[in-house]
Design a protein around this ligand. Structure first.
Ligand code: ACM
Length: 268
C-alpha cells in the first residue's frame, strides 16, 4: 500500500515566492509517499508571451527546483509538480518528478499545448515517461492537463507499465470529469488529477479553473474528490498492484485483447 496526496491549490499569478511559501505551509498536514501538485503551480497559468514568463521559469538551478528537491528528501516523498521550464531559447510547460533519494528530477514537457500556450511554450519533446520506484513498488506515468483529450497519452503510459497516471492540471472545461474516469477504466490504472482553483484575467479575458481534483481507481470510481473552489489536500491509501491485473472477467484482459493489427494509422 502507498499513501498519495492530490493537492488542489490556487497559485498567485507571477509570485513564485508566495506560491512556494503556500505549498510549504501545506506540508505539515501531508505525510504520504507521493504528492501530486497542479500544472504551473509556482507561476500561475495565463501568460501570452515567453518574455513575460521566462524570468520565473526553472533552469537546472531554478529556485523551485531546489525547493522541491529538498522537500522530497525531507518529506521522504515523490513530489510531482507542474513548473515552467527554460532550456536554451525555449520555454516548456513541464512536470518535474522529484525523488526522496535526491537524484536529479525527471522532466516531462507537455506534448499537447492548450489554447494560447503556443504563444509561450514550445511543444514537448520528451514523450510520456513512467517513473519506477522499487522501494514503494510503484510505477507512475506522467501526463499534463490537456493531454487528457488524447487517449494515446494515457494508453502509452499504461502500456509502458504505469500503475498510476499523475495528471497535474489547470483545467478550464468540465468535459474532463467524464473522460478521466474513462482513462482509468480503459487502462485499468489509477488516475490522479491535481487541478487548481481560482481564476486569472489577462488582457480582459478571464480563465476560470474548475477544481474538483480527484483520485480515480482502476474501475473509474473517485476514491476521493474535492469541490470546485477551495484549496484542498486529498489523501488516500492505494495498492498500486491493483492496476496490474488487466482482466475484468475470467475471459477478458484489456491488454491481451487489444488488436493493434486492426488499428490502422494509430499504430503506424
Ligand atoms: C490545460 O491544458 N491547461 C487545459
Amino acid at each position: 500500500m502507498i499513501r498519495i496526496a492530490v493537492v488542489q491549490f490556487t497559485p498567485v499569478h507571477g509570485d513564485k515566492h508566495a506560491n512556494l511559501q503556500a505549498i510549504s505551509a501545506l506540508m505539515p498536514q501531508i505525510d504520504v509517499d507521493v504528492i501530486v501538485l497542479p500544472e504551473l503551480c509556482t507561476t500561475g497559468y495565463f501568460y501570452t508571451s515567453s518574455e513575460e514568463l521566462a524570468p520565473l521559469a526553472e533552469g537546472s538551478e531554478g529556485d523551485a527546483v531546489a525547493f522541491f528537491s529538498a522537500l522530497a528528501v525531507s518529506r521522504r516523498a515523490i513530489i510531482i509538480a507542474g513548473l515552467a521550464e527554460v532550456s536554451g531559447q525555449s520555454l516548456y510547460n513541464s512536470v518535474y518528478v522529484f525523488s526522496p533519494e535526491g537524484v536529479k528530477p525527471l522532466v516531462y514537457r507537455k506534448s499537447h499545448l492548450f489554447y494560447k500556450e503556443f504563444m509561450v511554450f514550445s511543444p514537448g519533446d520528451t514523450g510520456f515517461p513512467v517513473v519506477r520506484d522499487e522501494r514503494l513498488d510503484v510505477s507512475i506515468g506522467i501526463m499534463l492537463c490537456y493531454d487528457w483529450r488524447f487517449p494515446e497519452s494515457a494508453r502509452s503510459l499504461a502500456l509502458d507499465g504505469a500503475d498510476i497516471i499523475a495528471c497535474p492540471s489547470n483545467l478550464v472545461t468540465d468535459a474532463w470529469m467524464k473522460v478521466m474516469p474513462a482513462r482509468a477504466i480503459e487502462n485499468k490504472v489509477f488516475v490522479a488529477v491535481a487541478n487548481r482553483a481560482g481564476s486569472e484575467t489577462k488582457d480582459g479575458e478571464t480563465l476560470v479553473f474548475k477544481g474538483r481534483s480527484a483520485l480515480y481507481d482502476p474501475w473509474g470510481e473517485a476514491i476521493v474528490q474535492t469541490g470546485p473552489y477551495d484549496d484542498h489536500v486529498l489523501i488516500a491509501e492505494i495498492e498500486p498492484a491493483d492496476a496490474r491485473d488487466k482482466r475484468f472477467n475470467e475471459c477478458n484482459d484489456i491488454f491481451r485483447d487489444r488488436r493493434p493489427d486492426l488499428y490502422g494509422r494509430l499504430c503506424r
